[in-house]
Design a protein around this ligand. Structure first.
Ligand SMILES: [Zn+2]
Length: 213
């Protein structure tokens, strides 16, 4: 834990809010290095291509292994003051790097292998969630000053076209997009949600169309 402690001390010694924020991310970076050492995250260029096709950025995407992510999250929650209990991804803006929860990686893997979620499982939800999580972080890289709520709203709107690309038909793409809107979005914490995210609203990227999201 020594590198983590050193990073925390450096961060606390910084003289400005920006310095403290950078210091906080340095602590996260050191925690990731610590927890990733035993079960190293694997780089996934195929998942990165989902982000480049849909959002137009070129991140490095890493998948965490099931043994390493939960212990990392426990430490991460302490750093974040307990606010992040269901974190699915971490973005390192400086390195254009996205680290993903193992369950999100599994869902993206099924998506790329065109394994259609079956009706009676949680996989429909995870398909929507994993596409939102990945494109959310990618949208941050594309628009660094956009708010969490704006970025989340843009991510929501990637679900339909990405599911359509899988070739499972428009009805299924519509079903997953609606699942994202009706089940996923209402559960998102308040800073990630806004009334501006609606059909025809300021964050609607296809204002001329009434397909939503
Ligand atoms: Zn975000």
């Amino acid at each position: 834990m020594q590198p983590v402690a050193d990073a925390a001390r450096r961060g606390c010694a910084a003289g400005s809010p920006d310095g403290w924020r950078n210091g906080q991310f340095d602590v996260v970076r050191q925690l990731m290095a610590l927890h990733g050492e035993l079960a190293p995250p694997r780089q996934r260029r195929d998942y990165a291509r989902i982000a480049s096709r849909s959002v137009g950025v070129e991140p490095d995407v890493y998948c965490w292994q099931p043994a390493a992510w939960p212990p990392f999250l426990e430490h991460y929650a302490i750093v974040r003051g307990g606010e992040q209990t269901s974190l699915k991804s971490v973005l390192d803006r400086g390195a254009s790097r996205i680290d993903l929860d193992p369950a999100m990686c599994a869902a993206l893997g099924r998506y790329l292998q065109r394994i259609k979620p079956s009706e009676v499982t949680y996989q429909n939800f995870e398909l929507a969630e994993s596409l939102i999580v990945l494109t959310h972080e990618a949208e941050h890289l594309k628009a660094p000053s956009a708010s969490e709520a704006a970025v989340e709203c843009y991510a929501l709107q990637h679900v339909r076209p990405l599911v359509r690309e899988a070739g499972w038909g428009d009805a299924f793409a519509n079903e997953i997009a609606l699942l994202a809107w009706e089940i996923y979005y209402p559960r998102v914490p308040p800073p990630f949600r806004t009334g501006e995210c609606r059909d025809g609203g300021p964050l609607d990227r296809s204002p001329g169309s009434n397909a939503w999201p």
